[in-house]
Ligand binder design. Structure first.
Ligand SMILES: [Zn+2]
Length: 507
C-alpha cells in the first residue's frame, strides 16, 4: 500500500503492531476495558463472534458424543491441594474467596465479615471440582467413557492483560472426559485436538499447526499437552487451543475409580481440553489490515451491508424499494449451510461514513445502491478482502448468486493468505549463529518485527530450551505431530536430536 494513502487504523501494523491491535478492537467496537482491572467488557459485535464460535464448536463436540453440563465457580481449597503440580501451576494467579458477607463497621464503612472456615478458589480451570462429581458418577466400566463439556467463565489473576489475549476473567469451554484405558484417553485427547485444528481452519480461516508441548510448557498436572499454534501477522506464535492427556493423575487426586471388566477397582484415565475468547484475538491478529477488522464469512456476525444512497425524497423511495427487495432476497439465502445475515444501513450519515463503519467492523461484503444504478439494473459490490476502492458492478438478477459464491471464495481466500504468510515466514535453521540472527530485531525501532517460525533440532534437554528462552525470549511452541522424524544436531548444544521443534516468540 502507498505510504501516502490514508488508512482507517492508526498506527498501521508496520508502525506499532500492538497499538494497531487495540485500535482495530476499538474501531470495530468489539470490547473495552472495564472498571475492574484486567477484566474486559465484550460488546455486542465481539460477543456475536464468540456466539458463532460457540455454536459451531458445540455442534462439533456433540457430533463426537459429548454432552454439556455445569459445575460450581468456587473450588474448595483442599480440592486443589490434592494435585501437587496443579496447585503449583495456578497458585500465583488465584482469586480467593475468604468471606461470605459485608458488615458496616464503627466508621460507617462496609467491610468483609463472616470469614469462611475454608477459603474457596474462583475456578482457574475445573479439573478438581469436576473430578469430585466424576468420582460419584463413575462406578463401573459400563459408565465409561464419560464425555462432558462445560461453557463457563474462568478467573486467572493476570498482572499484564490485553483485550482477548490475556484477561483476568475470560470465557471458554472446558472438556473433561473419563476413560477405561490409557489408549482410549489418548485417542480422545488427539481427537479433540483434531477438532480444534479443523474448526480453526474451516471457520476461523486460521492455519494451525498441531503439536505436542515440551515438559516445561505443558499444563500443570498433565502427562502430555497437545496444542494448536498459529502465526500472527507480527510473526509471533499464538497458542489457540490445548488438549491434555492427564493419565491417572487427576483420577488419583479426585478418587475416580471404577470396577473394570475383571471385577477389580482401578483408577480411570482422564483428559481435558479447552479454547477461549483468546480465539477472537487470534482472529483479529491473523486477518485484519490497516483499515480494521477482516472476518472470515463463516464466523462473521453479519455478511452483507446494504447501503442505500439518495439525495431527495423521490430518489429515496426508488432506492429503498430496490434495497428492501435485495435485502429480503439475500436474507432467505444461505452459503455453505449458513443463513446469510444482512444489515440494511439507512442511517442519516454520508455513504462514505457508512461504508467505513462497516469496513472497520469487517463485514465481508458491502452493496451500494444509488439512483444512477437503477436504470442500469445493477449495483456496486465491495469485498472486504480487497482494496476498499475496488468495485464490482453486478447485475441485480445476479446479486444473490454473486454474494453466495463470493462469500465462499472469500472464506477460502482469507485462509490461503494466512497460510502463505506463515509459509513465507517459516524456515529450517541448522546453524546456531543463523538462529540467533533470525530472532534478533533487524532494526532497533521495530523491536517486534523479527524472524518467524524456525524449525530447528532440539536434543530434548530442558536446559537448552531454557537458555534459548533466556537469551532470545524464544520458546519451543510445539513438537509438530505431522512432521517427519529426522536425525540432526540440537541448535543450542549440538547433541544428537531425532526431530525438529518449532521455535518462535509467542503471546
Ligand atoms: Zn541441546
Amino acid at each position: 500500500m502507498n505510504k501516502s494513502e490514508r488508512t482507517a487504523i492508526e498506527p498501521r501494523r508496520e508502525e506499532n503492531y500492538s497499538e494497531w491491535y487495540l485500535q482495530v478492537i476499538k474501531a470495530a467496537d468489539l470490547a473495552e476495558n472495564s472498571e475492574v482491572r484486567g477484566c474486559m467488557v465484550i460488546k455486542p459485535w465481539g460477543f456475536a463472534i464468540w456466539e458463532n464460535i460457540r455454536i459451531n464448536l458445540d455442534r462439533m463436540f456433540k457430533e463426537t458424543g459429548h454432552q454439556n453440563a455445569y459445575f460450581p465457580i468456587f473450588i474448595p481449597l483442599h480440592f486443589f491441594e490434592k494435585e501437587a503440580e496443579h496447585i503449583e501451576g495456578f497458585a500465583k494467579e488465584c482469586a480467593v474467596v475468604t468471606h461470605s458477607r459485608l458488615e458496616t463497621n464503627e466508621q460507617g464503612k462496609l467491610e468483609p465479615s463472616g470469614e469462611l472456615t475454608e477459603p474457596y478458589i474462583v475456578r482457574p480451570t475445573s479439573e478438581t471440582i469436576i473430578g469430585a462429581s466424576f468420582a460419584r458418577w463413575v462406578n463401573s466400566y459400563r459408565d465409561l467413557p464419560l464425555l462432558i463439556n462445560q461453557w463457563a467463565n474462568i478467573v486467572r489473576w493476570e498482572m499484564r492483560t490485553r483485550l482477548f489475549l490475556r484477561t483476568t476473567e475470560f470465557l471458554w469451554q472446558e472438556g473433561h472426559t473419563v476413560h477405561e484405558t490409557e489408549e482410549d484417553a489418548m485417542i480422545e485427547t488427539l481427537r479433540m485436538l483434531d477438532i480444534y485444528a479443523k474448526f480453526a481452519q474451516e471457520y476461523l480461516a486460521i492455519p494451525a499447526i498441531k503439536g505436542e508441548k515440551t515438559e516445561s510448557e505443558k499444563f500443570p498436572g498433565a502427562v502430555n499437552t497437545y496444542c494448536i499454534e498459529a502465526m500472527m501477522q507480527d510473526k509471533k506464535a499464538l497458542q489457540c487451543g490445548t488438549s491434555h492427556f492427564l493419565g491417572q493423575n487427576f483420577a488419583r487426586a479426585s478418587n475416580i475409580r471404577f470396577q473394570n471388566r475383571e471385577g477389580e477397582f482401578q483408577y480411570a484415565w482422564t483428559t481435558s481440553w479447552g479454547v477461549s475468547t483468546r480465539l477472537i484475538g487470534a482472529l483479529i491478529m491473523t486477518h485484519s489490515d490497516d483499515n480494521g477488522l477482516v472476518l472470515p464469512p463463516k464466523i462473521a456476525p453479519a455478511h452483507i451491508a446494504i447501503i442505500p444512497i439518495y439525495r431527495n425524497e423521490q430518489e429515496r423511495e426508488m432506492v429503498l424499494q430496490l434495497a428492501n427487495k435485495l435485502n429480503n432476497e439475500l436474507r432467505q439465502a444461505e452459503f455453505e449451510g449458513i443463513p446469510i445475515i444482512t444489515e440494511l444501513d439507512d442511517r442519516y450519515l454520508t455513504s462514505s461514513e457508512r461504508n467505513w463503519y462497516w469496513i472497520k467492523k469487517g463485514i465481508p461484503l458491502r452493496i451500494e445502491i444509488g439512483p444512477r444504478d437503477i436504470p442500469t439494473h445493477s449495483v456496486i459490490i465491495f469485498r472486504r478482502d480487497e482494496n476498499p476502492k475496488d468495485k464490482h458492478r453486478v447485475m441485480i438478477d445476479e446479486v444473490l448468486k454473486y454474494c453466495k459464491t463470493t462469500l465462499e471464495e472469500m472464506q477460502n481466500h482469507i485462509f490461503q493468505k494466512a497460510k502463505e504468510f506463515r509459509e513465507q515466514n517459516t524456515v529450517k535453521i541448522d546453524n546456531k549463529e543463523e538462529f540467533y540472527r533470525y530472532f534478533t530485531p533487524k532494526n532497533a525501532e521495530e523491536p517486534e518485527i523479527h524472524g518467524g517460525f524456525a524449525h530447528s533440532h532440539w536434543c530434548g534437554n530442558p536446559l537448552c530450551e531454557e537458555k534459548i528462552k533466556e537469551e532470545l525470549k524464544v520458546t519451543i511452541r510445539c513438537i509438530p505431530l505431522e512432521a517427519e522424524k529426522e536425525e540432526g544436531k540440537c541448535i543450542y548444544c549440538g547433541q544428537p536430536s531425532s526431530q525438529r521443534a518449532i521455535f518462535a516468540k509467542a503471546y
